[in-house]
Design a protein around this ligand. Sequence first.
Ligand code: GLU
Length: 302
Amino acid sequence: MQALLNEILDQVRPLIAQGKVATYIPALADVALDQLGIAVYGNDGELFTAGDAHTPFSIQSISKVFSLVQAIQHSGESIWERLGHEPSGQPFNSLVQLELENGRPRNPFINAGALVISDINQSRFAAPALSMRDFVRRLSGNPHVVIDRHIADSEYQHRARNAAMAYLMQSFGNFHNDVEMVLRNYFSYCALSMSCVDLVKAFCFLARDGFCKHSGEQILSARQTQQVNSIMATSGLYDEAGNFAYRVGLPGKSGVGGGIVAIVPGQYTICVWSPGLNKAGNSLAGMAALEVLSDRIGWSVF
Ligand code: GLU
């Protein structure tokens, strides 16, 4: 595995130059393009890393899985009264579908859906951002995970589109808390700073029927774990989820910070990071690395 990871990073490294860092969040535009890391974590506890696997980066939309899991933990099936679990086929920050579908987001991994989930968490926690930070610290076994305030503030200053979605949902009665407060917490979730190693550890419960071995907690039931993985497989990579299923064949979740997490159910958790994005907003070199890895080992769940 170690030799394979080194080989794959060498193979995809030339692609880095073709990607573009996200610039619509100014603080993310400062991230150096020339970075690439991968971590693979086996359910037996074996950890393999290559490249910049220990460098923290902005997890962005990868946090949408954590907030969904928190919401399932405290509210269970009732969350689906407020949003769906269908792919959207639209860009992650699109307003069009939301208007046509009466303010009910298609799924929790587009921004509108994640905002509804943040609203649900806002009703449950006194300090949602701190609850989230502590949750991922427990999941990852790393007590030093922090929220990057510079990035969270930068996102809040440039919140127009996310704010538009939240207010639109409020107008349909699908938003219960103060919009600005929920936006602040949503951006704090996105601004969590974690490395590939932190993320494979934090996500390994999805490869282990819901059990997190660092905290010793059953995070989700085995059935709920299958359901979260299924939403990742159908909606985890923006409107490129079909391409990801075709090329990689695993449940996954990406973020505009350039990270992608993928789950090999029952076996492994993978995280790859390279900040240069393709047109759909997914890490360009990261997608390529996962494709080669999955192909070489035969990991596609299909
Ligand atoms: N914080 C970003 C936003 O709301 C998340 C985008 C992403 O990673 O997809 O626009």
